[in-house]
Ligand binder design. Sequence first.
Ligand SMILES: [Zn+2]
Length: 219
Amino acid sequence: MIYFAKTPSDEIETTLAHQQSLSSGTYRLECVWQQLAADFHGKCYLCGDKAKSPRIEHFKPQVLGQKFKFDWNNLFLSCEHCNAIKSDSYHQLIDCTTEYPDRHIRFAVRPMGAIGSRVTVQQLPESDIHGDTVELLSEIYSGTTTCKQIGAQAIVDDLLDELNDFEDLLKVYLESQDEDDLNELIWEMNNRSKFTAFKRELIKSNALYRTQFVQYFSH
Ligand SMILES: [Zn+2]
């Protein structure tokens, strides 16, 4: 989970308000899909993977009230897996469109690149956020039922491939000092790439990488 800048839009808010006034109104509108895909770079805000089966996610669950259903500020982009696990169960999550999750949570894979690697999601000691975010993300990467464990494993496999490629790229650049390799690395560390939070954590946890690359993080 990383910060995403959500685009304010009077036009979308007006359109959604009109839909709310209709007996069969819907928030699944073309303008909503397009702006969410742009703002979240086609990624699921929860797991960080590309949203292959995208869902319009209600950050605050619809069960809390009808107004949340059509509120543009409450509509996020997620994948099917994360949408199903979050469901209506989590009400006190970090809002990644107004806060920087990496100031509260550390994302890592331990041991890195080895058989039996596990995703760890830990709250930083200095953070005072509610435990909902860590609990939900842990469930997302591990699954809660057999079906969801299969979905979780697919995401973790994708994550491990992405991190292995990223580490290879780091090693290539440290050897070559080539500008094209550096530009590719910078792209991988920006918020458009998959699993950005894990790549940044990999950089921060290694002294050599940290001194060379933290300067290229962008939000
Ligand atoms: Zn997801």
